[in-house]
Design a protein around this ligand. Structure first.
Ligand code: BEZ
Length: 389
């Protein structure tokens, strides 16, 4: 027993000594092609900005990002994850964007005891029933963003809803969250539609049903190319005046607004960040991002930025050591800061972020279209949802 432990302590000591001066390799699995390609690019740029601002070298070790394209495909995401771990021998992982890809990666990283920091994918299970000490989420859970909207919409006077989202884990989990809150408040869901994630090019058949059923409001989740297409067609159908458009706030992300234009006006959504948050931290962040990338930073950028900042601050605590993965995760739990979206910390009970959720309206003012915050729910924390670490 004694010789086993002495040997393993010596082993850790040697591997730490061997690490000094070596790069800290962060394996990044994000979509750089497919329906969520622009989200992957924004997250990567946000992470890079955080390294520029908070330090890209800790205790003589340079932090380098090794990026791989998940293509928004679960099997590709898993293959790229294994390549980063076995071939590139990364120290930690960041990714993915999509809930289905996160689901595919979960068992591998859990069994490999490899820290995975999720900068977007909201799959509830990964910080709920299938939580892991090695899986930490800096973005949101699908439930966390959407469950606040059910009671809120009921309070606004809506009594019936129709739901629409892509047919995969995130779509179903988000709609379940809003349905639960809305029906518990006394409302009724009149129907729901789940168009395919990758193949949907035309929403006309789905919108025709909404028009015929006439709910008090339509609640949707779409992001990427689907969000652009959906908003344009909703506008063309002339439905907005009769049936208010509400939903998960990614629909009118600053990433999609230039393509949507005035068609996006009037949407009411919930999200963990909008560019118009009135704080010094947000103004400084938007300024720094704009200086470097010449565009408005989105919620995806912020999630990448806060992920980068969390990694840097945790590495400062471990003195740049990454061999002891449990110590790295403990350091992550010790980091707290106020960033562009407000107070940020990781809940050690679930490894999901605790954060403010903003309810906003996308409003047109002259030639400008912007997100106007109309309500804020502070410090939204997920219940354990079956998570036992
Ligand atoms: C998801 O798949 O979890 C997701 C994708 C895009 C935006 C939000 C959530």
């Amino acid at each position: 027993m004694r010789s086993c432990c002495f040997a393993s302590i010596l082993g850790i000591g040697l591997s730490m000594a061997a690490q000094a001066g070596e790069d800290i390799k962060v394996g990044v699995v994000l979509p750089y092609s497919g329906v969520y390609a622009s989200l992957g690019a924004d997250i990567t740029d946000g992470m890079q900005l955080a390294l520029d601002l908070y330090g890209s070298e800790i205790a003589g070790r340079k932090i380098v990002l090794i990026t791989e394209d998940s293509e928004v495909k679960p099997n590709v995401g898993l293959t790229k994850t294994k390549k980063l771990v076995f071939q590139d021998k990364v120290d930690l992982l960041v990714g993915p964007v999509a809930s289905n890809v996160a689901g595919a990666m979960r068992d591998f990283v859990h069994n490999a005891k490899m820290p995975l920091i999720i900068p977007n994918a909201g799959n509830n299970l990964l910080t709920g029933e299938k939580c892991s000490p090695w899986v930490i989420r800096t973005s949101f859970s699908n439930d966390q963003i959407n469950r606040v909207m059910g009671p809120w919409l009921y309070e606004q006077g809506h009594r019936t809803l129709y739901l629409m989202a892509p047919d995969y884990a995130a779509g179903h989990q988000m709609m379940a969250a809003v349905r639960r809150g809305f029906t518990e408040a006394g409302g009724e869901v009149l129907g729901e539609e789940y168009p395919p994630l990758r193949e949907t090019k035309d929403f006309a058949p789905y919108l025709a049903k909404v028009k015929a059923i006439r709910p008090d409001a339509l609640y949707v989740f779409f992001a990427g190319g689907l969000a652009i297409q959906f908003v344009k067609q909703y506008h063309e159908f002339g439905l907005k005046a009769e049936i208010p458009l509400t939903g998960a706030g990614w629909l009118t992300s600053p990433l999609f607004l230039p393509a949507q234009g005035s068609a996006a006006a009037g949407f009411i959504g919930a999200l963990n960040y909008v560019p118009t948050i009135d704080s010094d931290e947000n103004r400084e962040f938007q300024f720094a991002f704009n200086e470097k990338y010449k565009r408005i930073a989105s919620e995806f950028t912020v999630q990448g930025f806060d992920t980068g900042r969390l990694i840097v601050e945790a590495l400062k605590i471990t003195g740049g050591e990454t061999a002891d993965k449990a110590a790295f995760v403990r350091a992550i739990h010790a980091v707290e800061f106020t960033g562009p979206r407000g107070p940020f910390r990781i809940d050690p009970l679930t490894n999901n972020v605790i954060q403010d959720i903003y309810i906003f309206e996308t409003r047109q003012g002259g030639y400008n279209i912007r997100h106007v915050v109309i309500d804020k729910i502070a410090d939204v924390q997920d219940p354990p949802n079956g998570c036992v670490m």
